[in-house]
Design a binder for this molecule. Structure first.
Ligand SMILES: Cc1cc2nc3c(=O)[nH]c(=O)nc-3n(C[C@H](O)[C@H](O)[C@H](O)COP(=O)(O)OP(=O)(O)OC[C@H]3O[C@@H](n4cnc5c(N)ncnc54)[C@H](O)[C@@H]3O)c2cc1C
Ligand code: FES
Length: 281
């Protein structure tokens, strides 16, 4: 059992939870994720490690209510216990292999869509601390969906915000800002909805900018056994949970990945209805 030691609501549908998990906190690295089972009979929910504190023995998750299981997690309170937290899972971000000293000469552009700001945060912070130049774009439908703005400012050199309706920052989508910033970077990292990562990759290609994406495919076991997270990368079958979740964006078959994400849409809608959960998609 894993105690929730802190909870904060970030938007009407997004919550930040601090969880006591000392062993995970000691070995977590940017880019990795957890699989959380809120209750004994609950589903397994993959969630990125948004932050970790080895001294305190805590990890932080930022969860958006997308359906029944994420809603169960968000409805839990400080002092409650999550039944299982497995991790850290997946490969750490590729820049973890670059000697720390070398990172200070690198320039990174992060592109975060909605709750994608949560996985971007530990990566940006790591690189910022290493002395790299780190620019971050956060995009969302409107100003109420922008999360972690103040924290992100402390994790980067420049923070750019855009909203579809212009209620905060630039009016428009993240790719417009990417085009404006141009190819001034060694690497771009895009994390958010699959469709955003697809278009960020197309823009990066146009700019001749290398891009890494973090795939939020369906996952069940998170250990490479069940096949749920299968994706085609450079024409080869890969498992996002063990071969990723980060991949070279140029190589990912996004259309197939998006099709596979909707495989259980009917069951998800039935479960929402049974639980009386009304969500706009
Ligand atoms: C590596 C990884 C990291 C993630 N990190 C975060 C995060 O930090 N914060 C966050 O809010 N969300 C994150 N997600 C997405 C999160 O796992 C889903 O939103 C959640 O599982 C939805 O479950 P549900 O029962 O609430 O919704 P459902 O109604 O079951 O599904 C809603 C949508 O969520 C997705 N989904 C459903 N089940 C799964 C599953 N088992 N695995 C993956 N996606 C699923 C599908 O796209 C589905 O259409 C991550 C996913 C992955 C794979
Ligand atoms: S989640 Fe089962 S193989 Fe990746």
């Amino acid at each position: 059992m894993f105690k929730i030691s802190g909870k904060k609501q970030l938007t009407p549908l997004i919550y930040s939870l601090e969880v006591e998990a000392p062993r995970i906190a000691k070995s977590a690295k940017p880019g990795q994720f957890l699989i959380v089972r809120p209750t004994e009979n609950g589903e397994r929910v993959p969630l990125t490690i948004c932050d970790y504190d080895a001294e305190k023995g805590t990890v932080r998750i930022v969860v958006q209510i997308a359906g029944v299981s994420s809603s169960k997690i968000c409805m839990m309170n400080e002092g409650d216990f999550l039944c299982d937290v497995a991790g850290p899972l997946g490969k750490p971000s590729e820049f973890m292999d670059i000697p720390y000293e070398e990172l200070k000469n690198k320039r990174y552009l992060f592109v975060a869509g909605g709750v994608g700001a949560a996985p971007v945060y530990p990566q940006a912070m790591y690189l910022h601390k290493a002395g790299a130049h780190v620019d971050v774009i956060i995009g969302a439908r409107n100003k109420d969906l922008i999360i972690m703005e103040d924290e992100m400012k402390k994790a980067c050199t420049n923070l750019y915000i855009c909203t579809d309706d212009g209620s905060k920052g630039e009016k428009g989508v993240v790719t417009l800002l990417m085009e404006r910033l141009g190819n001034n970077y060694d690497m771009c990292v895009a994390i958010g909805p699959m469709i955003m990562m697809k278009f960020a990759t197309l823009t990066a290609k146009k700019l001749n900018l290398p891009i890494t994406v973090s795939l939020n495919t369906l996952m069940v076991d998170g250990t490479g056994m069940c096949g749920a997270c299968r994706v085609s990368v450079a024409g080869k079958t890969m498992f996002a949970c063990v071969d990723g979740p980060e991949f070279n964006g140029y190589d990912v078959d996004f259309d197939e990945a998006m099709r596979r994400q909707t495989l259980y849409r009917k069951q998800e809608q039935d479960a929402n209805e049974a639980a009386g959960l009304v969500l706009k998609r």
